[in-house]
Ligand binder design. Sequence first.
Ligand SMILES: [Mg+2]
Length: 251
Amino acid sequence: MQRALEVALIDVGGTLWPNSWPIRKADAVGRRLRIRAAMPGIEPATVEALADDLIESSRPGDEARSISTENLASVNSPAEMLITGCLSRQGLPADEDMIRRLRSAMSIPISDQMQPLPGAGELLAEIHSLGMRNVIASNTYWRDAKSYWEDFRLLGMAEHIDCIITSVDAGHLKPHPAVFEMAMRWAEVPPERCVVIGNREDNDIAPALALGMSTILVYPDDPKPLASRANAVAPDLWACAKTIRDMCRTV
Ligand SMILES: [Mg+2]
């Protein structure tokens, strides 16, 4: 008999790792080094001017994300628009490959200051032990799947992740269903075999319910929600793991 639940689609900010992202002085230094490496053969003065512009232009967004790692931008590819603007001010062509390399250079790697929320690794392992697959389904600004793989490898969590889909890869931010739809296409499963785990009613739970998926609202790094339409609500990731176990027994 086929299992009822086969795939967990898991949010990251406020779900697997904290809502807030610390800003450090070294971030700009690291970005500048990665921008230089991403632009071989370009006049050094032009590269420095581009790096100044990219770092300065992204400051308001970075500061906003130090309060919440949820992407609050209303356009679907805000990073691409910002990079395109910076390139054009330096008279440089904004081709797709150049934009991708600069987006990756601007993505700040995970640091030892950034630890997953308690029980994150165990949740992923528990889902695997139930015979299900784990797909990261995340709204991001700079990060694409490749950047995230590096983060999760550094955090020692990559072995329990089967696929990563970000809004950058899907071309739309949640609550648009593109991230979840891409995950279903990858997993080759219908929505009723998926459970979405996330910390946001609007971005995670609502679009998942609209598609016909099961849902668990978690709040390991948020205040207790007053109400939710989710199938289950879990205060932490240990409780979430138990909820998934129970769901697998009963559905
Ligand atoms: Mg989140």
